[in-house]
Ligand binder design. Structure first.
Ligand code: ATP
Length: 583
């Protein structure tokens, strides 16, 4: 199941209207050209009907030639107008598709880190690729064609009713059948298509998790489990696809019947009406031709409705990432806070914080903690006691369920990413090197910083300036690859450039080999200088050097104070220390 939101049909409609309006003139031009082409298309059957009546009334060859020339002219003009309309529609659709993609990218980048992590790569990737492509294609191809087809149907129906209301009734019968079948289909297809897209995203997620974790899968002999998970995901995707297929099959059967009925009725009824003199043979011919003509646009509407359902589901997923209308953040009444939205100072304060992972129980149960700027705090506790979770809250990655984590009186999680980055940065073992140059990788942390600042940050972490093109060296799997220690140095140089007053270290050096760790610790020391540091201490020796130690147990703060003080009295910290020393 996707953890990311999905937009409601109303939100999708509103977004689609806003998108079309943003290029309203082009859209109006497309509509006008199409309407003109559709009107010209009506001339054919009418002229043929007139031809039949004229010939019966003894027309000359000159009359026939004139009508023939008129027919040819109308057909040519229709072709030219349709061509121009299609050209403009494509340009309009491509512009809209580009806007959808740009918007999606902005929204994904603005997602809170915790939300993006929980969503998984499969869901985000399929929203950014398959789903937004489907929206783009619909806007480019389906939407203009659908409008043209609807206009054609309306014009043809109007023409039929003008030529012969009685015979036109047959056409309406067919349209009624199609309307009923469409209603049945549309009611069922949205949930079916949403389920289909979610199942496809789930399949992508499962497969990509297996591929990414291939080494772990091999090492732990998890092959059969991953295979079973893959099979279950494939079966789920198959079931969802079969459901949409079933709906389509029934829908198209009903539609074909609705086409056949008017065509079967109009000829015998036309013959009877001509025999009674109620309509002219020309009118009967024109109506039969119109009814034959209406099948094409009806077919287009039916197929595109089907396409539209699928892409509306895709648009709902893309539009689901639209930020909810931002509530005006209430001034924070926290002690020492200023009630403004700009942090008053560098003081981080945790008050009454409870936190639960989605659909889970509380894992933090009312924490209070005040940090003194410039201090080093070690957070210790048994596995699962909530250390990492507290670290993520302190870094503004997660938002507390109740209570607050503030910097200078402002909730951390309310700060925009670039402002948050100047306050607190979380340093973990994951040091992603982005595709691009070394300069690009550094400027992420400080857009616009000059080369001198970038080089100074690299110097501070002990970077060896040995890359072939210096700051312009392309990094990535296909270019220059950085080993673990270099990647970590790069990450720490980014920290220095972001220049936050507080760092949260979660196992920043835990898994590195001793030589690399020594190297990195030097870089780390450079990054820590002059900042408040919260070290999540999965190993106790880190705690020893801290100014204060916070002991967590079962999501509660059970002791807080300097290492020596806590060790001097019997309590959870002394117990932990003894266990660790004797382990
Ligand atoms: N992504 C998650 N989804 C649901 N529950 C989680 C998630 N991450 C952690 N938890 C749960 O939250 C509780 C606290 O976990 P946390 O990782 O913060 O503890 P920790 O003290 O850092 O543990 P460790 O030292 O083993 O890393 C645990 O019960 C854990 O099972």
């Amino acid at each position: 199941m996707s953890t990311l939101p999905i937009a409601s049909p109303r939100q999708v409609r509103r977004a689609a209207v806003a998108l079309v309006r943003s290029d309203g003139r082009a859209f109006a031009a497309v509509l006008a050209l199409n309407a003109a082409a559709a009107l010209l298309g009506l001339a054919g059957p009418w002229l043929l009907g007139r031809l039949v009546d004229r010939v019966r009334a003894g027309a000359t060859t000159g009359d026939v030639d004139r009508i023939g020339l008129l027919l040819l002219g109308c057909a040519l003009a229709q072709i030219l107008l349709s061509r121009q309309a299609r050209y403009l529609a494509h340009r309009f659709g491509e512009r809209c598709a580009a806007k959808v993609r740009e918007q999606l990218l902005d929204r994904v980048l603005a997602l809170p880190a915790g939300t993006a992590e929980r969503a998984g790569t499969g869901d985000l990737t399929s929203r950014g690729t398959a789903d937004s492509t489907a929206v783009g294609e619909t806007l480019r191809d389906a939407a203009p064609e659908l409008l043209v087809a609807c206009a054609q149907i309306l014009f043809i129906l109007g023409a039929i009713l003008l030529v012969s209301p009685l015979l036109g009734g047959c056409g309406l019968l067919g349209v009624l059948g199609i309307a009923l079948a469409s209603r049945w289909y549309l009611r069922r297809s949205r949930p079916a298509y949403l389920a289909d897209r979610a199942a496809t995203a789930g399949l992508a997620e499962t497969l990509s998790a297996t591929a990414h974790g291939a080494r772990t899968v091999d090492a732990l002999g998890l092959g059969p489990q991953r295979l079973a998970a893959g099979r279950a995901a494939v079966a789920g995707a198959h079931r969802a696809r079969m459901r949409t297929l079933y709906l389509r099959l029934r829908f198209f059967a009903a539609i074909n019947l609705s086409y056949a009925v008017p065509a079967a009725l109009v000829l015998p009824l036309g013959a009877v009406l001509v025999a009674h003199g109620s309509v002219t043979p020309g009118a009967a011919v024109a109506t039969a031709l119109y009814l034959q003509r209406i099948v094409d646009p009806l077919d287009t509407v039916v197929i595109l409705l089907e396409n539209l359902q699928s892409s509306t589901a895709a648009y709902a997923r893309v539009e689901g990432l639209a930020p909810a209308p931002a509530p005006v953040p209430a001034p924070v009444p926290a002690q020492g806070g200023t009630g403004r939205h700009e942090p008053a100072d560098d003081r981080i304060r945790v008050s009454g914080v409870r936190y639960a992972y989605p659909d889970g129980p509380d894992v933090l149960h009312g924490l209070d903690l005040d940090l003194t700027p410039g201090e080093r705090l070690a957070v210790v506790g048994p596995s699962g006691s909530g250390k990492t979770t507290l670290g993520r809250l302190l870094a503004g990655v997660e938002r507390p369920r109740t209570g607050s984590v503030t910097v200078g009186g402002v909730p951390l999680a309310d700060l925009a990413p670039e402002r948050l980055r100047r306050q607190v940065v979380l340093v973990t073992q994951e040091h992603h090197v982005f595709l691009g140059t070394l300069r690009d990788n550094l400027e992420i942390a400080a857009p616009g910083a000059g080369d001198a600042a970038l080089t100074a940050a690299l110097d501070a972490v002990g970077w060896q300036h040995d890359l072939p093109d210096g700051l312009d060296t392309e990094l990535g799997p296909a270019a220059t690859r950085l080993d673990g220690a270099r990647a970590q140095q790069l990450a720490l140089a980014r920290v220095i450039l972001a220049d936050p007053h507080t760092l949260v270290l979660d196992e920043a050096t835990a898994l590195l080999d001793p030589a690399t760790a020594r190297h990195t610790e030097r870089a780390l020391a450079a990054a820590l200088t002059g900042r408040t540091v919260i070290a999540i201490a999965h190993r106790l020796h880190t705690a020893h050097d801290a100014d204060r130690v916070a002991v967590l147990a079962g999501g509660r703060l059970t002791a807080l104070g300097p290492h020596e003080d806590l060790l001097a009295e019997p309590g959870p910290y002394a117990d932990l220390w003894r266990t660790w020393r004797t382990a």
